[in-house]
Design a protein around this ligand. Structure first.
Ligand code: G3I
Length: 373
């Protein structure tokens, strides 16, 4: 009888401990270390998805717009800007006193073709494209001056071998398009943090190219303040040692480091490429969608451990890291449900499809608890 009572008491206590543990939020647990962000889709920004908007408010103190500030969204036609959703995005962040990110000014994707062409369809010259770039940056950054604290100025400018990507920006303007973009952004909001954002910088060859680029920009006095490691990672890539080395190398190069688009893919990759190139597309195959009926507990555990290991590294470098942003709020929102194979069931984030915290959420909290103050 007595031992039964003790057992029930223990169970009750565990219940209380468990519920108090899980009531801890990401932003509160990491306060004083770095801000924790999430990328928001239109339904979350506008409040159409009220449950997820509430979850964002509760758990995160930084936001990024998943698509709303890309050129094709905000500036679809010459002289036509679409500020409705971006205005609501910035207002959401201001209302909740969040660190608000702008993503992204200059990218080779999601930029309408008209930007690069004249009325006859021919490529424009350098001066014309520079003027368009300047007007776009001055208008968009200027509108949110003092309210968007950090801009991804250039996105994905390097190839996987570390050379400059042959985008139309490079082809028409030349390599100084990067420096120009930073200068224009700085003119439009001198206090904003300005970031070069890219994926797979854990790959040593690409990382060398990025370090050389940053060194060159800093040497020329270009106002770059941070590198964004997108962080589209998997259960096995990169190694924790590589992540550690990568963050350390950029910190040593004298820039802040932001983890800008973190997610961890648990689904099989059809090849060994570690890329986040959005134009990739691979044919559907049930073998590539093994967890359509749910994620096995063992993989859930692996995901949790992986998140913990990564956050330990981010915490180790907390003097250099000012932000860790998840690329989405719940697994249901993730771009990885449709990339590189359409229609898969992916589990890369910290909240499940109905907004409940996953084991990985708990492990991210544990990582900071272990560090203490
Ligand atoms: O808005 C249209 C909608 O009107 C249309 O009906 C629908 C039909 O497919 O498409 C909608 O646009 C989609 C948009 O997401 C909004 O859902 C685009 O097709 C789709 O290409 C776009 O994908 C985004 C992708 O970037 C390309 O912009 C993903 O949501 C977004 O997560 C992803 O984010 C990128 C980062 O910006 C840069 N780093 C890599 C990262 C992941 O790819």
């Amino acid at each position: 009888m007595h031992s039964k009572g003790i057992a029930w008491g223990m169970l009750f206590l565990c219940g209380i401990l468990h519920s108090s543990e899980t009531s801890q939020t990401l932003k509160d647990a990491y306060r004083g270390k770095f801000v924790i962000g999430a990328a928001l889709n239109e339904a979350q920004i506008t409040g159409r998805d009220a449950r997820e908007a509430a979850l964002v408010e509760q758990e995160f103190n930084s936001i990024s717009p998943e698509n709303a500030l890309k050129w094709e969204s905000v500036h679809p036609k010459p002289g036509v800007y679409s500020f409705d959703v971006p205005d609501r995005y910035v207002a959401f962040g201001a209302k909740h006193k969040m660190f608000v990110v702008g993503h992204t000014l200059i990218w080779h994707n999601q930029t309408p073709e008209w930007v690069f062409r004249d009325e006859k369809g021919s490529l424009v010259d350098r001066e014309t494209l520079l003027k368009r770039m300047h007007d776009h940056i001055a208008t968009v950054v200027g509108r949110y001056k003092g309210r968007i604290q950090s801009w991804d100025v250039v996105n994905e400018v390097l190839n996987d071998d570390g050379s400059l990507r042959q985008s139309l920006w490079l082809k028409i303007i030349g390599p100084d398009y990067i420096a120009k973009a930073f200068q224009y952004a700085h003119e439009a909001d001198p206090k904003a943090r300005l970031t070069y954002n890219d994926y797979s910088l854990e790959n040593p060859v690409k990382r060398s190219g990025a370090l050389a680029l940053i060194k060159m920009l800093k040497g020329e006095g270009v106002p770059i303040t941070a590198v964004g490691l997108q962080g589209h990672l998997s259960l096995t890539w990169p190694s924790i040692a590589d992540e550690d080395e990568t963050v350390g190398a950029f910190a040593d190069a004298g820039v802040k480091v932001a983890i800008t688009e973190l997610d961890i893919d648990v689904l099989p990759r059809p090849d060994a490429d570690h890329t986040a190139e959005v134009t990739r597309s691979i044919q559907q195959d049930p073998a590539l969608n093994p967890y359509a009926g749910g994620l096995p507990e063992v993989v859930q555990g692996q995901l949790a451990q992986r998140y913990k290991d990564l956050f330990r590294i981010y915490l180790k470098h907390r003097n250099a890291i000012d932000r860790v942003t998840l690329w989405g709020v719940t697994d249901a929102d993730s771009w990885l449900n449709d990339w590189p194979v359409k229609g898969r069931t992916s589990y890369p984030l910290l909240f499940d499809r109905v907004g409940q915290p996953k084991m990985a959420h708990r492990s991210v909290l544990q990582a900071v608890e272990e560090v203490g103050q």
